[in-house]
Design a protein around this ligand. Sequence first.
Ligand SMILES: COc1nc2nc(N)nc(N)c2nc1C
Length: 308
Amino acid sequence: AEKRLKELRLLLEDYGYHYYVLDTPKVPDSEYDRLMNELLQLEADYPDLVTEDSPSVRIGGPPAPSFKKVAHRVPMMSLSNAFNEEDLRAFDRRVRQAVGEHVSYVCELKFDGLAVSLTYENGKLVRGATRGDGTIGEDITNNLRTVPAIPLRLKQPYSIEVRGEAYMPKASFERLNEAKEQAGEEKFANPRNAAAGSLRQLDPKIAAKRNLSLFAYSIGEVEGKNVQTHFDSLMFLKELGFKVNEEAAKCETIEDVIAYTEKWSERRHELPYEIDGVVVKVNSLADHEKLGFTAKSPRWATAFKFPA
Ligand SMILES: COc1nc2nc(N)nc(N)c2nc1C
């Protein structure tokens, strides 16, 4: 039984990674479901063989009595906003005044979901929390364990704290609201509220049914790894097994940044998830050090918001 359990865990972890992180299924859903049922049955027969990183947690465990408060070791800041081209050019001028003319940027889509923090010890997920007020969040570990795009075990055993945006794809949002309509229940206003509502309730079995996903977008802190640029940190997160948005792009000049914001302002409706803008970040992490933070936000990033 122990051998088969280990085999099933590895199979389900690999199939889950291909399906939910790479969006490239390796086996039909029926095969995945069959193996998951075999795992659940074996774990029910041999409860002392259950491990905390078993894929069975994707189904969701018992409800929590309440949410514990957790302190973020590295504060989760908010982003300053830019609303038009002039704001972006002003941001670029401020950055170049501080770090010199040869600054380059990374542009990322700004996912309209719920910012979360994921803590791994030696590659194992040990805690998941909401941003909260940036210093104190809520422990929603058991809900986040049910999000299939969130690795329970990293591909390399790093101790790392990762930030990402949990979100509900548009299709899942439509289906959920249809079901709410059928049941005569209150519908969610938008996918962000639906994602937040799904993760900030106490029953992981509900979270497990909401088809949530997550894009990882930055490293809070990591032991034993040095990256020089923000783009390299995204590539590193991808290597570890996180879902990282494919549209992240290096932008050498503010002209490229402006072009990126115009492109995605046009094309946002083509995406299977909602975005409310573009996040522009200085690429060099040494420049992050030089630029630092205001009371609320990093000076090395800004969020360009699309017109509502
Ligand atoms: C550095 O801080 C941030 N970076 C981000 N990056 C992306 N792509 N999306 C976000 N929503 C986001 N939010 C914050 C606070």
